[in-house]
Design a protein. Structure first.
Length: 278
């Protein structure tokens, strides 16, 4: 069967979402297949050696407990802990710097700059978004007028044009297998989500980033916006602890998701500890 340490902060207050409801439901379903215990992220490092695998779910932005998270991550790597998600993620798990690299490499992302000399290559916009490289949940995000862009100090930050997108859409994957998509029809209401039926090109777009990330085990959420010209642009690749909005999809989608996650965890538990924790 195998034992899982399920890392979650049931008391975390998120805007527009109830993280605790999702984790209570999902951990309950996983308990049907595995021995499972819930643990607060601040207590996880002390317990990882007592379980066969560690599942990181709705644990909240790690910047609120960065020192404890760094200790947990180091302990898991040192022990070769089987991690779900694997600790090799190149997306938000490692900060926002990947958006700079993807933008420079020509991926379909919101144009992003990290140095003043790159500002001139950004599309002209009335406003620009300035966000921390180690931000989460919009913490530290601010908007600046286009006329003031030259005054922005980009140290530790990234800068993007504020795009008047049509809507945001999120694609949810277990490993590299697509599960479902949700979109926010109102750009001003990010977490008022509706089911979304992706087209073939939509899925090709999302899978491009999942393939780039090459995450061995875990859940990924590819967040994108529909630009005025109809193109999808990456907003972020959440590969640490993405909220899943499972309450907004149908029963069939929820059951398929649980089955996919259960299958992936069974596969992970067959991995040698050192290999799984790489």
């Amino acid at each position: 069967m195998g034992s899982l340490l399920y890392v979650t902060d049931l008391g975390y207050q998120a805007r527009g979402r109830r993280y605790c409801d999702e984790d209570i439901w999902l951990s309950g379903r996983l308990r049907e297949e595995f021995d499972l215990a819930l643990v607060h992220p601040l207590d996880a490092a002390a317990l990882i050696d007592r379980f066969d695998s560690v599942v990181v779910r709705n644990s909240g932005p790690v910047l609120h407990y960065q020192e404890a998270y760094d200790h947990f991550r180091a302990a898991a790597l040192a022990a070769g802990t089987r991690m779900f998600n694997s600790l090799t993620g190149k997306g938000d798990m490692a900060g926002k710097e990947y958006l700079l690299h993807l933008s420079r490499e020509g991926f379909p992302v919101i144009p992003t700059a990290g140095y003043r000399e790159e500002f001139a290559r950004l599309p002209k916009a009335d406003e620009y978004v300035v966000k921390p490289l180690l931000g989460a949940d919009s913490v530290g995000l601010r908007f600046v007028d286009g006329a003031d862009l030259a005054d922005v100090d980009p140290a530790g930050m990234l800068v993007q044009p504020r795009i008047p997108f049509t809507y945001e859409v999120s694609f949810y994957f277990v490993g590299r297998d697509f599960q479902y998509a949700l979109h926010a029809p109102d750009p001003e209401a990010r977490w008022v989500l509706r089911p979304y039926e992706p087209t073939g090109p939509d899925l090709e777009f999302a899978r491009r980033f999942v393939d780039w990330n090459d995450l061995p085990y875990g859940i990924q959420r590819v967040d994108a916006c529909r630009a005025p010209d109809g193109e999808l642009l990456l907003v972020e690749l959440e590969d640490l602890n993405p909220y899943l909005s499972l309450d907004l999809v149908g029963e069939a989608e929820r059951e398929r998701f649980v089955a996919a996650m259960t299958s992936s965890l069974r596969e992970l538990l067959r991995e040698p500890r050192a290999a799984a924790g790489r």
